[in-house]
Write a protein that binds this ligand. Structure first.
Ligand code: PXG
Length: 288
């Protein structure tokens, strides 16, 4: 596999950044995870817009235009002969001195890894996931806005570890106020009486590209969709629940905090949206 770093391709064993990179020293950087489906980079422009927004929010001036990053993403897929895959775009603040000030970081690093995708096993899509609410909270927006897809994922990692320690694959993270925010790397949805609900981004979650795609699909299918401030209780009594993310696509949730959701199987609305989602991913994007 060839990895792109600042305009050049390196063999995966040679691809590296400095130990003085503030991305490593302080988590000072941003990233995107993007999917390639049959030669179509799903919603590439939306991902690059979010990358630019993340950069703006952390005062990291990107020395590359959207077109240049887009070209580099497409070239990375071609270079690795991929037709289907997962693309990780990372921008670090770059090499600097040992000290928090980013003033010495003059050379941001653009890294693109285009690889094969490792999906959840088939059983997960057939049987759904069991979730547990964990103690570690999502970032408060006044500390580090969760809308920024930054290289600081430590609370999400801790939440994942807590869920795994309890024997679960995935966690529900609450926000500082105790409302449902999202999972560790996926947005969360529920269905009640035919209406789809998801926590508003004011509940401290990432504005997912897949979340938006589900919204668009729901609109097209005429399924009512609402954002709201949602509690664990709302999810416990839901008819259906599911997660969305670039890697996971849509995954049904069949148990939350020991309560069975619906009849304990992926629900009809979840399946309908997933089917529609899989229908658009090869078309709704930028072709190689
Ligand atoms: N919430 C968080 C916190 C995320 O990190 C999503 C929601 C879903 O967003 P998209 O735009 O992908 O629909 C993410 C996604 C992975 C992985 O490899 C994914 C993410 C972060 C880290 C790893 O599955 N981000």
């Amino acid at each position: 596999m060839k990895v792109y770093i600042n305009g050049k391709f390196y063999d995966e064993n040679e691809a590296s950044v400095s130990v003085f990179d503030h991305g490593l020293l302080y988590g000072d950087g941003i990233f995107e995870g993007i999917r390639l489906y049959e030669g179509c980079v799903f919603r590439l422009d939306a991902h690059l817009e979010r990358l630019e927004d993340s950069a703006k929010a952390i005062l990291l001036e990107l020395p590359w235009s959207r077109q240049e990053i887009s070209d580099a993403v497409l070239e990375s897929c071609r270079m690795n002969n991929l037709k289907d895959g997962y693309i990780r775009v990372v921008v670090t603040r770059g090499k600097g001195s040992l000290g928090i000030s980013p003033k010495t970081c003059k050379d941001p690093q653009l890294i693109i890894i285009a690889d094969k995708i490792r999906l959840y096993p088939k059983e997960v899509y057939e049987n759904g996931l069991k979730l547990i609410t964990v103690p570690t909270r999502r970032n408060h927006a006044a500390a580090l806005p969760p809308m920024i897809k930054s290289l600081n994922y430590l609370n999400n990692i801790l939440a994942k570890i807590e869920a795994q320690h309890l024997g679960y694959d995935e966690a529900i993270m609450l926000n500082d106020q105790g409302f449902v925010a999202e999972c560790t790397g996926d947005n969360i949805f529920m269905v009640k009486k035919g209406v789809i609900y998801t926590p508003t981004v004011q509940s401290d979650n990432l504005s997912g590209i897949t979340r938006q795609a589900v919204w668009d699909i729901a609109q097209k299918l005429g399924i009512p969709f609402k954002e709201g401030v949602l509690t664990r209780y709302d999810f416990w009594i839901a008819d259906e629940a599911f997660l969305t993310g670039t890697a996971a696509e849509l995954v049904a949730v069949t148990e939350i905090d020991a309560r069975q959701i619906g009849d304990g199987k992926p629900g009809p609305v979840t399946q309908k949206i997933l089917e529609a989602y899989r229908g658009v991913v090869t078309k709704d994007g930028t072709m190689l």
